[in-house]
Design a protein around this ligand. Structure first.
Ligand SMILES: C[S@@+](CC[C@H](N)C(=O)[O-])C[C@H]1O[C@@H](n2cnc3c(N)ncnc32)[C@H](O)[C@@H]1O
Length: 235
């Protein structure tokens, strides 16, 4: 069996016995329609054992975009970084190897539990903190962070305006928001379920950032042929 994330196929690993049991419980008709919805739902909000597997899958697929996004942070020693929707925690080792304080927020309890276990030592040292929460209502004081990073999450925000306003609120003056995503035109052929994925155009995200009060935005990508992009917004 294969799990397919994009148009091209990527073999992850065969399902374990408990996953097979769950799959067998579904009738044939449901199975035919399940893969895209099932995967989309897990990408949007990873849960349970399959959520853990999805974390690994995300890490494999999203490595380049995340590495590029981290570089755009342009961090200084002592910076306070907030990552929203860290998922499988791809950026976290890179961020924590620098002299920074890193806070992660994700609406998935599973992802928060995983990161809290993996980076227990950084938490004990007071350099990391992981919490359940959403971009639309960030549980932090105003001007609390030097930089905010979020990669592959804008498709799931219930409100682009609310998310951008919240990021603006928690950033200190002069702080930067780094938002990585695959734009609408490249995402559309993947036929992700529209009730789970809201496809976002680059201009739509930039406009929302300007409305939220950001003074400037730029669109960065490593080469002209790269489909994904990273928007850098300055507060
Ligand atoms: C597709 S994963 C991306 C994970 C990681 N950033 C990456 O690029 O590999 C999306 C993550 O964002 C989280 N998420 C989705 N919507 C969110 C929201 N509104 N607020 C906070 N986290 C959210 C999900 O739980 C999931 O862990």
């Amino acid at each position: 069996m294969q799990f397919i994330l994009e148009k091209r196929s990527d073999v992850v690993r065969p399902p374990v016995a408990s996953e097979l049991t769950a799959l067998r419980a579904l009738d044939q008709k449901e199975k035919q329609h399940m893969a895209p919805r099932f995967i989309a739902r897990q990408l949007s909000h990873p849960k349970g054992l399959l959520g853990r597997m999805m974390g690994l899958l995300m890490n494999r697929h999203n490595a380049q975009m995340n590495a590029f996004a981290v570089r755009q942070l342009n961090v200084q020693p002592g910076d306070r970084i907030l990552e929203i929707g860290f998922g499988g925690g791809l950026t976290l080792p890179r961020l924590l190897e620098m002299p920074l304080c890193v806070t992660g927020i994700d609406r998935s309890q599973q992802m928060v539990r995983q990161a809290s276990a993996k980076f227990r030592r950084s938490i004990q040292n007071g350099r990391a903190d992981f919490r359940v929460g959403t971009v639309e209502a960030l549980p932090f004081q105003a001007a609390n962070f030097s930089n905010v990073i979020t990669v592959n999450t804008v498709y799931f925000w219930t409100s682009l305006g609310a998310g951008c306003s919240e990021i603006h609120r928690v950033l200190a003056p002069g702080g930067r928001a780094i938002i990585g995503f695959l734009p609408k035109e490249y995402m559309a052929p993947m036929n992700m379920p529209v009730d789970i994925f809201t496809l976002r155009a680059v201009d739509e995200v930039r406009t929302a950032l300007h409305h939220a009060g950001f003074s400037g935005t730029s669109v960065e990508r490593p080469s002209l042929s790269t489909k994904w992009n990273v928007i850098v917004a300055t507060r």
